[in-house]
Design a binder for this molecule. Structure first.
Ligand code: FAD
Length: 458
């Protein structure tokens, strides 16, 4: 008998319950990845992510080959391609991980119909507990279909029993005749930012083990420190499922201590946003808080938006964060918070413009995490203090007290010492005059007054 494993956001051989279930169900499996044209057409195939994805697929193929198998790659419309493979191989089951976005849910419905009608008919079996540690909907507050507040969610989530991580399968047998395209290669992707890291399960595991040894114990104290760069940087691996979130929770708990607790809490934020999106799929583009979109920034400020995207707002810490994004396809969480707040609240621009820019560049760009974090920051989402505004100068002094992060990313300011780098407009005029760095695009007080007026809070 033959079963198909349709890989989506779970590009790994270890702790992969979908792969395990298919291997338990059949003698032969077809490990299948479809390069989904729908995802590319929706603008989700941005180069930084495409490069990282290619690495993940190359490593997944290698992991399967070590076990006697290989990855089968096709391109096109996923339901149609899967139906084709069902007909070619006579598979009776198709296994895949449950997704949460509207796109994933719709695709699942189409897959169910397509596989039932293909060949002799194959059953679609969708597995929970692969893309998130705790499945969306598994813990619920009384009287609602999701948690809108993080802390009570975290409390309940922490009490859930997770299954023990699964090892890698010993052997994977793939029917010899199954045709495959070439596994995509990273070097074929154009327009990739210079600092995009290597992807793949092996790389992700290595990174986690090194980071756990070196930085996990200090995570609680250091994760918000902008220049310290002490976070795990596992987000792209988690986005593609090259490492398993459930296994990370398990390993961190095993390690124990305050650093591990803080790290697990952060992983829970990921599950939190996934369960919000699963219950409110429209929140990927419509305001979560108020369907009439009264809370969304509405200024059309083309020059200010370009300045923000390019990292020349005149606020060094915002510019440093935005340039880190352009260079690495990744940004420190504190940078994401203050840069997003600057666009959505200080400039009072529609959060979706910022979210789109992030998705165009982030290697970890993810519908649940990106759109809902943006909404959280913009005060249109689940934040319980929607009118709070992050002051970029206060943020800079607190999280980059010596200005090292700014000097790293804004070379025009490399000569300015200490925290003076955060306020170049206050430098003596002869020093200021020599710097090729713009004046602030807007005065903070002006932005704040405008925001308060729009929200009716001041
Ligand atoms: P660590 O500090 O090592 O945390 C470990 C993991 O926990 C992360 O890899 C991530 O999976 C999860 N995590 C941490 N913080 C959050 C959070 N606030 N929300 C959800 N999960 C979290 N994360 C994405 O994965 N994809 C995105 O597209 C994304 N967009 C964001 C946009 C904005 C405006 C903001 C404020 C945050 C966004 N985040 C996003 C969340 C967070 O910034 C990143 O997950 C984190 O910076 C990744 O770095 P790390 O892996 O070193 O994190």
């Amino acid at each position: 008998s033959v079963a198909i494993v349709l890989f989506t956001s779970d590009l790994r051989v270890r702790d992969n319950p979908v792969l395990r279930a298919a291997l338990d169900a059949a003698d032969d499996v077809v490990p299948l990845f479809v390069r989904d044209r729908g995802i590319e057409a929706a603008g989700f195939g941005a180069p930084n992510r495409a490069a990282f994805l290619a690495d993940c697929l190359t490593d997944l193929d290698a992991g399967l080959r070590e076990r006697g198998g290989r990855l089968v790659v096709r391109s096109g419309d996923t339901p149609r391609e899967v139906a084709r493979v069902v007909s070619e191989t006579g598979a009776r089951e198709v296994h895949m991980a449950a997704g949460v976005s509207a796109y994933a849910v719709h695709r699942e419905e189409r897959l169910r119909a397509a596989t039932a009608g293909a060949g002799a008919g194959a059953e679609l079996r969708v597995h929970e507990g692969s893309v998130t540690a705790v499945p969306p909907g598994a813990v619920l507050p009384a009287g609602s279909d999701h948690f809108a507040v993080f802390t009570p969610y975290f409390r309940r989530w922490s009490r859930e029993r997770l299954r023990a991580p699964l090892g890698a399968p010993r052997r994977v047998r793939v029917p010899a005749s199954t045709a495959s395209e070439e596994v995509p290669a990273r070097k074929a992707v154009e327009g990739v930012a210079p600092g995009v890291p290597a992807g793949g399960e092996s790389e992700g595991r290595e990174r986690f083990l090194t980071w756990k040894r070196r930085d996990l114990d200090a995570y609680e104290d250091r994760h918000d420190d902008l220049p310290g760069d002490a976070t795990s940087r596992l987000s792209p691996f988690l986005h593609f499922g090259a490492v398993s979130v459930g296994e990370l929770v398990h390993r961190a708990r095993e390690h124990g201590g305050a650093g591990a607790d803080a790290f697990v809490r952060q992983l829970c934020w990921r599950d939190f946003h996934h369960q919000v999106l699963a219950a409110r799929p429209a929140a990927s583009s419509a305001d979560y808080r108020d369907r009439r979109d009264r809370w969304r920034g509405e200024r059309e400020a083309a020059d200010e938006i370009s300045a923000w995207k390019e990292g020349r707002t005149g606020y060094p810490v915002v510019d440093a964060a935005m340039r880190q994004l352009l260079h690495e396809g990744w940004m420190h969480n504190r940078g994401r918070l203050l840069a997003a707040s600057f666009l959505a609240k200080t400039l009072y621009v529609d959060w979706r413009i910022g979210a789109r820019h992030f998705l165009d560049h982030l290697v970890d760009g993810d519908v649940a995490n990106n759109q809902l974090n943006w909404q959280w920051v913009a005060g249109t989402g689940t934040d319980t203090r929607p009118n709070r505004v992050l002051n970029p100068l206060a943020q800079a002094r607190r999280y980059d007290p010596r200005g090292e992060y700014v000097r790293r990313w804004v070379p025009e300011l490399a000569e300015v010492e200490g925290s003076a780098v955060h306020t170049p407009w206050r430098l003596p005029s002869d020093v200021r005059g020599r710097l090729d760095y713009p004046d602030p695009v807007v005065a903070l007080e002006e932005g704040l007054a405008r925001f308060r007026q729009a929200r009716g809070t001041g």
